[in-house]
Write a new protein. Structure first.
Length: 360
């Protein structure tokens, strides 16, 4: 899903390079006693990486270019079952990415969502189960965050240079109707931009694909969002780093443990610009009907499912440094808010985020 993904130094890099972890980060993680392949930075490393592992057996490591989302697929695994092979794993993940992109990328003229957006009608329009599940989850998160997650604002995102959707938003998201085989717009000109949730759904579908070929423990990173199942080969939890969202050399702010859950980060380090003293980013504040503009630099949030973490990170960032932590604390979300404070950062943690930290 190209530029308008829910991203930053965290939930996705608008300019994915597919590069390996940078040498300075690899050295830093080794000094900390972390494997740079498993302690992936939530942010600029971007691309697609997969690491798998289960107790026992032999193993192999392979690097393959997936060719989709300009990503890098990387896998390592150990298990008692027959080795599925790196090629099988890459094909499984690449297949999920391709179908997700074909369904929900607004940058593809004939994707399902682009066709839906061009249809000027309030009749029922056919959509696949992939798109319908994403919309249903988006509506759930919108209700949970009091409207802070709103995929009908793609026209505003495009107006500020962050996406291809044009035209003023029309129709309330809550009034868009769903049924088993399609959706009906609340207004003929209503459009949907699902980039803030599509990557999370793709991560969940990648996990299903890996389980279908016999893998039970694995770690997947996609554009800065991570999903973990089971444990590392030594029985310890998987580890991920949240990038410090400051210009210059990428450094970890915190390293956290994950087991059977996902972690997503949204922010404005990468996908933003400053003009006349105001910061403009790709995440829109539905209350202001304008790009989120506050001291908040990034939000990282845990959830059982990646699709949920993806959408929540976007919504919490849109809410800003006061309303975001208040809602997260009230709802019991494990989240980390990093706000610009002079030349440094100010941290606010909610829920049990602090209990998950293993370094920093």
């Amino acid at each position: 899903m190209r530029p308008a993904d829910d991203d930053q130094g965290g939930a996705g890099d608008a300019r994915r390079s597919g590069r390996r972890a940078r040498p300075d980060l690899q050295r830093r993680f080794r000094r900390l006693g972390h494997d740079p392949d498993t302690a992936r930075i939530s942010g600029r490393l971007g691309g697609l990486a997969c690491r798998t592992g289960a107790a026992g057996g032999g193993g192999s490591v392979a690097d393959r270019r997936a060719g989709l989302w300009r990503g890098l697929a990387r896998a390592a695994w150990r298990g008692r079952r027959p080795d599925p092979g790196a090629g099988t794993i890459v094909r499984a993940i690449a297949g999920v990415i391709e179908t997700t992109d074909a369904a929900m990328s607004p940058f593809r003229k004939w994707s399902e969502i682009s066709v839906f957006n061009r249809s000027r009608t309030t009749d029922w329009l056919p959509l696949s189960s992939v798109v319908l599940r994403a919309i249903a989850k988006a509506q759930s998160v919108a209700a949970r965050t009091r409207g802070a997650f709103d995929p009908t604002l793609g026209g505003l995102v495009g107006r500020y240079g962050f996406g291809p959707i044009t035209g003023a938003p029309a129709g309330a998201f809550r009034d868009l109707e769903l049924r088993a085989d399609g959706a009906r717009k609340a207004h003929p000109r209503q459009t949907l931009d699902l980039c803030g949730i599509a990557k999370g759904q793709a991560l969940n579908r990648c996990a299903d694909a890996l389980r279908s070929i016999g893998l039970e423990a694995f770690f997947i990173e996609m554009g800065g969002e991570v999903l973990a199942r089971g444990t590392r080969p030594d029985g310890s939890p998987w580890r991920a780093a949240v990038e410090r969202p400051l210009p210059g050399r990428a450094e970890p702010q915190r390293v956290v443990a994950l087991r059977d859950e996902a972690l997503a980060t949204s922010g404005d380090l990468i996908n933003s610009y400053v003009l006349a003293g105001h910061r403009y980013g790709h995440i829109t504040d539905p209350q202001r009907m304008a790009p989120a503009d506050s001291a908040l630099a990034s939000v990282s949030v845990f959830a059982r499912r990646a699709i949920t973490a993806d959408a929540l990170a976007t919504a919490l960032f849109a809410l800003g440094p006061k309303r975001g932590p208040a809602l997260a604390e009230h709802a019991g979300m494990d989240a980390l808010f990093l706000s610009r404070d002079g030349a440094g950062l100010r941290e606010v943690m909610t829920g049990r985020f602090r209990d998950r930290i293993i370094w920093g």
